[in-house]
Write a protein that binds this ligand. Structure first.
Ligand SMILES: Nc1nc2c(c(=O)[nH]1)N[C@H]1C(S)=C(S)[C@@H](COP(=O)(O)O)O[C@H]1N2
Ligand SMILES: [Mo]
Length: 491
């Protein structure tokens, strides 16, 4: 028996083939990424959609509340691994077929990888690049190989395969990262109206260390996609369908030729924890939805379904549509891809989920239907809960403590924020930022005091109708978190 024929060595051969196939799988993913970047044509995108679609709602609700964004990232990592495995198996099959038929392994493995890539994405460029990545790694691994491979030669081929995958990965990462990014920034200067409103927000912002101003620099992002849709402004249109006299259709040019408005609107996600970070404010430019419906007769009651380019859909009462807004700019720039480029809906006072991004259709309904999240048990189409957040705790040089945050109650507005520094026994009014123009905007609050030892700070807000924030503590699922934010502060 020669070393090549021993059973241990054939086991090693299998492991070697596996390692080369894995490297080819990784290179297939990287190849696709190089050509299309983080777009729906990326081979991992449909796999990720599949992972999300097959994860039970209860697991998703749990993940949203406990893992937050980490859950999304882990889910996408899983999708990447599954995608690489899919191409690894395909490449391995290709190599076997080629060897059996005495054909060159690299082109056969590469071509065989094009098929699943094409089936997944429907994008030829992405698919060819996936095949090229896999084929390249097999070619590199086989480079200079002889009929009777020695153990050291096998090891070298594995190392070459890994090096090949790393190279394809590096090139893919560099080429792909620029693709499908955010919408282009405004080329000209922002309009004078936007500028003066942003200046106003700046001037009215309380300057508190560690607390964002009244216009968010980092606006949170929540959606069902691991890879956001890419919708071109030229191709976009919005259709109004369902229980309307006649169907309507609007292009972006149509919207932009209507009188434009600028509105400060705050968004908050129903899935965030009580003191979470998924609440932000921006200045949006667009048109009131009512302008689209001028002269159209509508049903007296019931609802609308909004649909979007990512197949997201949400239903809510017609009455909420009256104040609705379609935005195509955010803080004076075209809407970024992550926030719904080219057009999103904003429904004042309501939880974020009906503020549909990448909107494509408004269907007027005569009978109720369930939206994407309501199908999964959430109740997030109604008005937001009142909340006062506690995001800044500053120990000042003079020994005093400054606490601060944002407070929001949708269209009811924030009338008052109270702070307790003794665990809720006594309350003091916090200082509030001057209100911004608009009917659905948050405010900042601040309180500075002399601390005495270890103590507990509690905050609570009152809305413009005199309702006090509910002390009853609940999780986000299914109605949005409630309770009062509190934090123990050590001297
Ligand atoms: N098309 C689409 N629109 C969507 C979503 C989505 O998944 N798809 N998510 C909604 C949810 S749950 C929230 S909280 C807000 C968040 O908006 P933002 O990402 O701009 O902060 O968008 C809403 N609009
Ligand atoms: Mo949300």
């Amino acid at each position: 028996m020669t070393a090549e024929q021993s059973p241990t060595n054939s086991l090693a051969d299998v492991a070697a083939d596996g390692a080369v196939a894995l490297a080819a799988g990784v290179a297939a993913v990287a190849g696709s990424y190089a050509v299309v970047g983080f777009t729906p044509s990326f081979v991992a995108a449909p796999v990720s959609d599949f992972v999300v679609a097959t994860t039970p709602s209860a697991v998703i609700a749990w993940s949203i509340q406990t893992l937050g964004d980490l859950g999304d990232q882990l889910g996408f990592l899983l999708a990447l691994v599954l995608t690489a495995l899919l191409f690894a198996v395909t490449a391995a099959v290709g190599v076997r077929i080629a060897d059996a038929a005495d054909l060159p392994a690299a082109p056969v493995a590469g071509l065989l990888c094009v098929a699943p890539a094409l089936a997944l994405t429907g994008a030829p460029g992405s698919a060819l690049a996936a095949g090229a990545g896999a084929g390249f790694v097999v070619a590199v691994a086989r480079f200079g190989a002889t009929e009777t491979e020695s153990v050291s030669e096998t090891r070298r081929s594995i190392l070459r395969a890994i090096a090949g995958a790393v190279a394809v990965g590096a090139v893919g990462g560099a080429l792909g990262s620029g693709k499908g990014g955010d919408a282009p920034k405004q080329t000209g200067p922002v309009s004078a109206d936007v500028e003066s409103l942003l200046d106003e927000a700046d001037a009215k912002s309380l300057s508190i260390d560690g607390l964002e101003g009244l216009v968010s620099q980092e606006f949170y992002q929540v959606d069902i996609n691991s890879v956001d849709p890419v919708v071109s402004a030229e191709d976009w249109d919005l259709r109004v369908t369902g229980a309307v006299e006649e169907e309507l259709r609007f292009t972006l040019d149509d919207l932009e030729s209507m009188p434009e408005e600028h509105r400060f609107i705050t968004l908050r996600c129903v899935g965030e924890s009580l003191n979470g970070m998924k609440m932000d404010n921006a200045l949006w430019t667009g048109v009131p939805i009512s302008a689209l419906f001028e002269g159209t007769t509508m049903p007296d009651e019931c609802c609308v379904m909004f649909r979007a380019a990512d197949d997201y859909y949400e239903e809510f009462p017609l009455s909420a549509l009256e104040d609705g807004f379609l935005a195509y700019e955010m803080n004076g720039n075209p809407l970024p891809r992550s926030h719904g480029h080219p057009v999103r809906a904003l429904i004042p006072g309501h939880w974020g989920e009906i503020n549909v991004k990448w909107i494509t259709e408004i269907e007027v309904l005569e009978r109720e239907a369930e939206g994407y999240w309501e199908k999964r048990g959430w109740h997030g189409t109604g008005p937001v809960n009142i909340v006062a957040k506690l995001h800044a705790v500053n120990h000042l040089d003079d020994g005093r403590v400054q606490v601060g945050g944002h407070a929001y109650a949708g269209t009811r507005g924030i009338e008052r924020v109270e702070v307790s520094t003794d665990g809720g026994a006594s309350w003091t009014d916090a200082r509030l930022s001057e209100p911004l123009p608009g009917t659905d905007v948050w405010r900042q609050w601040e309180h500075t005091y002399e601390p005495s030892g270890s103590h507990e700070v509690v905050v609570r807000a009152t809305d413009g109708e005199g309702n006090l924030q509910s002390a009853n503590e609940t999780e986000a699922y299914p109605n949005g978190a409630s309770g009062w934010v509190s934090e123990r502060i050590e001297p």
